[in-house]
Design a protein around this ligand. Structure first.
Ligand code: S3P
Length: 184
């Protein structure tokens, strides 16, 4: 059984939606950020400030490699997982990728007051979000399905994903594959 993998920018609800999905489907939930924090024994923010982003990305890739060996899990990734193509390739090998999307205003609102995300911990937060979104948009487009989350609750987004999964099971008799990217 393929993994269900959630990718997308910070603040798009990957962890919340992932937990709901896992519960509804009776599947195991894995949060890659949490896995990395377990491995490094400190918060991601602290690791960033002590060792830098590149060291964090190495840890993140190692966690991706570990979880990609699993099957049937619901996996929430960190927003920057797409920065290394090898991560995407690994996650795709045994997973169906859903990108959760949101516009910059929604992301600003959802991450307001958050000090735990090092890349947003700066005075020009809106500008940082704008720039990172622009850089990453083409990378997120590699997902199999694109789900808009603006103005929707995590439960609503999870319900949409469940519909897509149901549709795929009808089309293919299982969840083994699809062509092109759907937009919902
Ligand atoms: C990051 C997103 C974070 C976390 C780290 C870097 C990013 O995860 O992995 O702070 O580069 O977008 P969330 O998307 O869960 O906030």
């Amino acid at each position: 059984m393929k993994n269900i993998v959630l990718i997308g920018f910070m603040g798009t609800g990957k962890s919340c939606v992932g937990q709901i999905l896992a519960e509804r489907l009776g599947r195991h939930f894995i949060d890659i950020d949490a896995l990395v924090e377990q491995a490094i024994g400190m918060s991601i923010a602290e690791y960033f400030s002590r060792f830098g982003e590149a060291a964090f990305r190495d840890r993140e890739s190692a966690a991706v490699e570990t979880v990609s060996a699993q099957s049937g899990a619901v996996i929430a990734t960190g927003g920057g997982v797409v920065l290394r193509q090898q991560n995407i390739d690994r996650l795709k090998t045994n997973g169906i990728l859903f990108c959760l999307a949101a516009c910059e205003t929604t992301i600003v609102e959802r991450t307001a007051g958050d000090r735990l995300r090092p890349l947003l911990n700066r005075p020009d937060r809106l500008q940082a979000i704008r720039q990172l979104l622009a850089e990453r948009q083409p990378l997120y487009r590699q997902a199999d399905h694109w789900i808009e989350t603006d103005g929707r609750t995590a439960a609503e987004v999870a319900a949409t994903i469940l519909q897509v999964l149901d549709g795929e099971a009808c089309l293919h008799g299982d969840d083994s594959g699809q062509s092109g990217q759907s937009q919902l």
